[in-house]
Every structure is written in structure tokens, then in C-alpha cells.
Write a protein that binds this ligand. Structure first.
Ligand SMILES: Nc1ncnc2c1ncn2[C@@H]1O[C@H](COP(=O)(O)OP(=O)(O)OP(=O)(O)O)[C@@H](O)[C@H]1O
Ligand SMILES: [Mg+2]
Length: 399
């Protein structure tokens, strides 16, 4: 099946390279009976992708069974998954089928797999590997023919290293994994997504809809969508309700997104000055940090190109653009001209500096890799490589 058909059937919207790659994987893996692990932050579309895989598989004539492993209490999860026999509990008056039995010949979607208790993980591994399971209280193994899809927003490898997730199960699930990029890594899809969500919502609620102004969409692209597509969808629906079907302007969007859009602004524009004193204090703090960070980055760049002295020609970043901020506050005096403390000389490598600049920049941009790469003056690919090279993945996730 081609990608366009998959998109039409599943309702998955997006033209960005990131989502197109995901859909290509969906097209490849759907017809093959293998387990798939879908990973990604909350709201990135793990469930909609799982549904698309099932829909395009040869099991699609049966309905997929979704199990939220994080929502079932530990005490009953095994009975839910594998069923139980009469008498297994005091109130177990008869045999009860579990999800694995009900999903025979179909697909089971184990959502939030990272939340599964360790003892249950052993049994999951068994059923995945051999199709066999024993109902709670039973003694005879039963057989089932189930395809497994699993999803998590947790760092499963991290859980494995902490002893909270079984390594064997992790390897078994992770043979094919589909990582879903955060919405901020596929900003160009925002307009399509907004249009889709707005139309669906206004049609099903019989509401007038006059569209979003292009600037409104632009404002939305500057926001850091921590809740990803789910957050965008909720936002679109609530702004349409609040504005009573009016055409949505960037002012409306900015007002709704509030100060957060300033804080996480990804373009060069500095936060807008308002009259609130606490805002200006916070803004000044942000500006200072931004300034220092820039200086660090410039310093690194200079170090990397030996023809120039690192200290000379430091750019005057932000100063002239920071209207409303006293530029004297940002003046570097003679004493603080050097970024590297004297005590560090002789005990520091370019790699140390680079690593620190990367960590601090990522932190500043709330782990938004595109914005960080841009600010550091490197390509996103290089930033990804360096994150791997310096083993920063874990550090970033824990921040
Ligand atoms: N590419 C997309 N096109 C259209 N709708 C999408 C897309 N991705 C996600 N959605 C919608 O966004 C919402 C969140 O998606 P979904 O529930 O699949 O995310 P999730 O990764 O499972 O989130 P969580 O980790 O919080 O469970 C759903 O309403 C889904 O239909
Ligand atoms: Mg989900």
C-alpha cells in the first residue's frame, strides 16, 4: 500500500519529511507479522500509528485490541491479559478470557508498555516468543496467534539499565522500532493539522468556521508544543470555541498561548516588552542567559577556526536588538572578558567546551533540537551526532 492511501485511510496528516519517513516504515512493516515498538513523546501519535499498522496488515478484518498497561492495577493485570480459571480468586465464578485469547488472529496493542510490572513482563515475553500463556490459576498453557504492537513514551533502555524493564523483553520488542518525532521537529505540518482539526471539530459540532490567518499559523509555529499533536488539537478546538467561530488572528493565538510563546520563542525576535514588572525581570534574566550563551558559542566557533583570535571580534549579539533592556547591564568588563577560568586552563579540551555548550543550549531551548542546532550554528544532523558522541541522550531526557 502506498503512503497516500495509508494517510487517507488512517487520517494521519503531514507532509514533513519526518512524518513521511514514519509512514514509509508503516507501509513496510504493516504486512509483515513482526512486533513493533512505537516510541515518542506524549501526544505524538503513537496510537494512531498503531491503528494504521493494524489497518494495513492482513489481520485488519479483525479488530485490534488495545491494552493500556499503565492503567490496569497491578493486582489484576495478569488476569486481564491472560484470563483466569474458575476459582482463581474468591469471586472468580467461571473461566474468563483474557485479551491475548480474545485477540487470537488479530493484533494486540500494548500501550504504555514501560508501565508493565516486572513479573508480568516475563509472561509477556513468553507469549510473544511462543504464543503460549497460562491463565491465572490454571495449569495448562493455551495458544494464541497474536501480532504485538507496543508503545511507550518512556526511555525503555534507561528503564532496562535501572532494572525496571527486562532486557530480554526490550530486545524482543525493539527489533523494529518506529520513533515518532515531536511536533516541533515537523513544524511545517502545523498548518495541515490545524486545518484538519478545525474542520473536523466545526463540522461535528455544527459550528461556523472562518479559518486561521496565515500569521496565526506562524505564531503557532513559534510555540513549544510539549503536549505535541494532542495539545495542538485541544488548542485549535478551544480557540474556535472561545472566539465563537471568528477568523482566528495571530493576536488571538498569542493571547491564548500566553507568555509561554515568549519564553519558548524560537525565532530571533526577542520577547515583547509588556508593562508588568515581573515580566521584565524574567525577561532580563532570559536575555542575560541568551547573551552569555551566544558568547560561549561564538567563542567555540573562534576556537574552531584557528586563524582568528577567540576573544577578538566578539559579536554584539542582542544588544542592539534588546530594546527596553539597559545595555549597560550586558556590558562585559575587562575582568570577565575570558570565559574560561584560569584554573581550568591546562585541564580542559575543546570537546569539554563543546559538550557544555550543547548541553546548555539544549536546556535553554527545552531540548528543541532544531532551535538548538540553529543557535549553535550546526546542522541538526551534526547536533544529533554529537548528542550520541557525548552520550547526552540520557542527560537530556532527565532534565
Ligand atoms: N499526524 C497526525 N495527523 C492527524 N492527527 C494526529 C496525528 N498525530 C496525532 N494525531 C491526533 O493527535 C491525538 C494524539 O495522538 P495519539 O493518541 O495517537 O498520541 P500518543 O502518542 O498515543 O499520546 P500518549 O503518549 O499521550 O498516549 C489524537 O487525537 C490523534 O488522532
Ligand atoms: Mg497513546
Amino acid at each position: 500500500m502506498n503512503i497516500e492511501t495509508i494517510q487517507k485511510k488512517s487520517g494521519i496528516v503531514g507532509r514533513s519529511e519526518a512524518i513521511q519517513q514514519v509512514l514509509e516504515m508503516v507501509a513496510q512493516v504493516s504486512p509483515v507479522d513482526i512486533s513493533i515498538l512505537i516510541t515518542g513523546e506524549s501526544g505524538t501519535g503513537k496510537e494512531i500509528i498503531a491503528k494504521a499498522i493494524h489497518q494495513n496488515s492482513k489481520r485488519s478484518h479483525q479488530s485490534m485490541i488495545t491494552v493500556n498497561c499503565g492503567a490496569i492495577p497491578e493486582g489484576i493485570i495478569e488476569s486481564e491479559l491472560f484470563g483466569h480459571v474458575k476459582g482463581a480468586y474468591t469471586d472468580a465464578r467461571g473461566d474468563r478470557k483474557g485479551y491475548f485469547e480474545s485477540a487470537d488472529n488479530s493484533t494486540i496493542f500494548l500501550d504504555e508498555i514501560g508501565e508493565t510490572p516486572l513479573e508480568t513482563q516475563v509472561k509477556l515475553l513468553r507469549v510473544i516468543e511462543s504464543g503460549e500463556f497460562i491463565p491465572v490459576g490454571g495449569s495448562k498453557a493455551k495458544k494464541t496467534d497474536v501480532r504485538i504492537l507496543a508503545a511507550t513514551n518512556k526511555d525503555l533502555a534507561g528503564l532496562v539499565s535501572k532494572g525496571l524493564f527486562r532486557q530480554d523483553l526490550y530486545y524482543r520488542l525493539n527489533t523494529v522500532s518506529i520513533p515518532l518525532p515531536p511536533l516541533n521537529d515537523r513544524l511545517e505540518d502545523i498548518s495541515l493539522l490545524v486545518e484538519r482539526f478545525a474542520l473536523e471539530f466545526t463540522r461535528s459540532n455544527d459550528m461556523p468556521y472562518r479559518g486561521f490567518m496565515p500569521e496565526a499559523i506562524r505564531s503557532m509555529k513559534n510555540f513549544r508544543w510539549k503536549g505535541n499533536i494532542r495539545e495542538l488539537k485541544n488548542f485549535v478546538e478551544s480557540i474556535i470555541v472561545l472566539e465563537k467561530g471568528e477568523r482566528i488572528t495571530s493576536q488571538m493565538v498569542e493571547q491564548q498561548l500566553g507568555l509561554k510563546s515568549d519564553e519558548f520563542s524560537k525565532n530571533d525576535a526577542l520577547p515583547v516588552i509588556t508593562n508588568q514588572p515581573s515580566d521584565s525581570a524574567e525577561r532580563e534574566l532570559i536575555l542575560r542567559q541568551l547573551f552569555l550563551l551566544r558568547q560561549d558559542v561564538e567563542f567555540l566557533k573562534k576556537l574552531a577556526s584557528p586563524s582568528q583570535s577567540p576573544i577578538e571580534n566578539l559579536p554584539p549579539p542582542l544588544l542592539d536588538r534588546s530594546s527596553g533592556v539597559d545595555s549597560n547591564n550586558l556590558h562585559i568588563n575587562e575582568d570577565s572578558e575570558y570565559f574560561i577560568k584560569n584554573s581550568s586552563i591546562g585541564d580542559m579540551t575543546i570537546e569539554d567546551l563543546e559538550k557544555e555548550a550543547i548541553i546548555r543550549t539544549l536546556k535553554f531551548y527545552s531540548n528543541n533540537r532544531r532551535a538548538s542546532a540553529k543557535s549553535l550554528g550546526m546542522s541538526e544532523r551534526t547536533l544529533y551526532r554529537k548528542i550520541n558522541q557525548y552520550g547526552l541522550e540520557k542527560k537530556i531526557k532527565n532534565q
